[in-house]
Design a protein around this ligand. Structure first.
Ligand SMILES: Nc1ncnc2c1ncn2[C@@H]1O[C@H](COP(=O)(O)OP(=O)(O)O)[C@@H](O)[C@H]1O
Ligand SMILES: [Mg+2]
Length: 322
């Protein structure tokens, strides 16, 4: 297996509010190889988006990345100047959000927005920009791309808009794409099509991708490895087969149980009992202990890291037997 080109180590991002310090990302580490998709999964509020924004260097006030290292091809991103980081965003790292309307300007034709994305980083002829846009739109399965280029965002369906955003992210051939719940708002069939096209682009272009979702089911077809987060911390990480086939953390197992089976129509999403603890008052213990059937007194005192394979690691006193 090739070397990791992207590494996050000991990332901590906190929000300094009047109520106190919300420790949204606590000691998160992972790496990524080219052609690989890492899925980051967890319930709402577990720190997934803040992890993505930390990598982009775009955590908003009153938040700050207080420690940690983020390296792309060995280059430390946390010490880049504002201007260098701006150049890095878009060209080397692109981000796709859940709501395409956050990225698309409603008053501009698709073509002009895509041209702008290119010309912000490179100077190329209009002919070449045109060709690149068509290629990118085709790559994500957009039919009649010529016509879409002259459309305004509101003239496209939600699924088409999200494809346009993904195509725009691909325009500059980045090394890494961070996609934050990009298909959550779309129906299951469209989700599956986009996921299929993304997988192909990743394989063909050899780029790395971080796919953030609260839905483990979307990862089974797409991700090579999965990181399970809870209350800002890593709970378990492993290959997709390890996480979905033999989860060791009680939290991962609960997450899997809450995935509705696609072949039972009308089945409701089962919620995990209890709620996440406040990020203001987290101690050294396991953040999941209050909701965990296996918890003992030991869980209040630190969390040991257990290795089950070269790739499979769990932070838990009482990992499940398989
Ligand atoms: N702008 C903010 N100000 C204060 N706290 C924030 C802000 N953004 C995020 N947080 C805190 O970080 C936590 C994790 O947020 P987030 O990464 O968005 O969760 P996820 O994407 O996993 O649903 C939130 O529950 C909240 O406590
Ligand atoms: Mg989020």
């Amino acid at each position: 297996m090739s070397e990791a080109f992207f590494e996050v180590e000991g990332l901590n991002t906190w929000f300094f509010t009047r109520m106190g310090i919300f420790k949204s990302v606590r000691d998160v580490s992972f790496d990524l190889r080219r052609g690989e998709v890492l899925g980051i999964v967890g319930e709402s509020g577990s720190g997934k988006s803040v992890t993505g924004m930390s990598i982009m260097g775009q955590v908003e006030e009153p938040g700050r990345t207080v420690s940690g290292s983020i390296r792309l091809d060995g280059e430390e991103l946390t010490s880049l100047s504002f201007e260098d980081m701006r150049r890095c965003r878009g060209r080397r790292i692109a981000m796709v959000f859940q709501n395409p309307l956050m990225t698309l300007n409603p008053l501009m034709r698709i073509r002009d927005q895509m041209y702008e994305a290119i010309s912000e980083h490179e100077s190329v002829s209009e002919d070449e920009m045109h060709q690149r846009c068509l290629d990118a739109l085709r790559a994500v399965g957009i039919p009649s791309p010529e016509e879409r280029l002259t459309a305004y965002p509101h003239e496209l369906s939600g699924g088409m808009r999200q494809r346009v955003v993904i195509a725009t992210a691909l325009l500059l051939n980045p090394d890494l794409i961070i996609a934050d719940e990009p298909t959550t708002a779309l129906d299951v069939t469209i989700q599956a099509q986009i996921i299929h096209q993304m997988r192909r682009q990743i394989d063909e272009r050899g780029l790395g991708m971080i796919w953030i979702t609260h839905d483990l089911a979307t990862l089974s077809e797409l991700a090579d490895r999965i990181l399970v987060m809870y209350a800002g911390a890593m709970m378990e990480t492993g290959t997709t087969a390890e996480i979905i086939g033999s989860p060791r953390h009680p939290y991962t197992s609960k997450l899997l149980e809450s995935v509705p089976s696609r072949n039972v129509p009308g089945e409701k999403l089962r919620q995990i009992r209890g709620t996440m603890p406040s990020l203001l008052s987290l101690g050294a213990g396991c953040p999941f202990m209050g909701r965990c059937e296996h918890a003992t007194d030991a869980c209040a005192r630190g969390v040991p890291e257990r290795m089950f394979s070269q790739t499979h690691r769990v932070w838990c006193h009482h990992p499940l037997e398989v």
